[in-house]
Design a binder for this molecule. Structure first.
Ligand code: MG
Length: 246
């Protein structure tokens, strides 16, 4: 599908007549940082320590959920009941501790280039993550200097309902005073794509992990790219089409 057609289809489906783009809302894990392999490993190991089965592969499919939602789903499946608040806290703390054992994740290849272009285009940059890992969140302003500000972030600490619920993206729009048709969401996980699309925002999926890209399309992605570098290479064309639809 051409970019023009994707934008037209998005506008029609959401009942908009224009696309006055002002901001790009970035998920963090697997979009800004190449952190997902470490998250998947940490989830697998921490769950195992508590007698819970979560494969590394399945961890990718839960990506974007809050830690407590992921724990609740796996626990319920295995024990047929919900974990206590105390159990959730212990398991999540264990997962966070396990995550810090791995090397610091690097920015995803191509993302710095993309962020610079988006900044030069005068668009607002926001981070919208289900993560509650202070170590990574605190690194955002250092790893991407001049790109992100703490005031324009939504994290696990700001929401009641994590992705795939649209709440994180709706809160981000409210925080920046934006309408859904004034932004683009960039996501790498099916749950995140679902959250962006159900918030009524044009959602770009970038498949930076091992999952089948069809899952991202099925979750509601308006565009799908096989890597961040490809998305960065295409940005100017996409932005040009967006401006034509302004
Ligand atoms: Mg992600």
């Amino acid at each position: 599908m051409t970019y023009q057609a994707a934008i037209a289809r998005y506008l029609k489906r959401n009942g908009h007549t224009s696309f006055p783009l002002k901001a790009v809302l970035f998920d963090m894990d697997g979009v800004l940082f190449n952190s997902m392999p470490y998250h998947a490993e940490a989830w697998h190991k921490a769950m195992q320590r508590h007698g819970l089965d979560l494969s590394r592969e399945e961890a990718y499919l839960h990506e974007g959920r809050t830690g407590s939602d992921t724990i609740g789903i796996v626990y319920q499946r295995q024990y047929g009941k919900q974990p206590t608040a105390e159990e959730i806290k212990t398991i999540y703390a264990d997962k966070c501790a396990e995550f810090t054992v791995y090397p610091e994740p690097e920015p995803v290849e191509g993302v710095n280039e993309l962020l610079q272009m988006i900044k030069n285009d005068g668009l607002i940059r926001m981070v919208v993550t289900g993560s509650g890992q202070p170590a990574l969140i605190n690194r955002l302003t250092h790893s991407f200097p001049g790109i992100f500000q703490r005031e324009l972030m939504i994290t696990a600490f700001d929401v009641q309902q994590g992705k795939p619920n649209p709440e994180p993206y709706l809160k981000a729009l409210r925080k920046a005073g934006l309408q859904p048709n004034e932004a683009i969401v960039v996501e790498n996980a099916p749950m995140g794509v679902q959250a962006g699309a159900s918030a009524g925002i044009f959602t770009v999926a970038v498949n930076t992990g091992p999952i089948n890209g069809q899952l991202l399309t099925a979750a509601g992605a308006d565009l799908l790219f096989e890597s961040m570098q490809v998305f960065a290479n295409e940005w100017d064309k996409i932005y040009k089409e967006a401006r034509r639809a302004m």
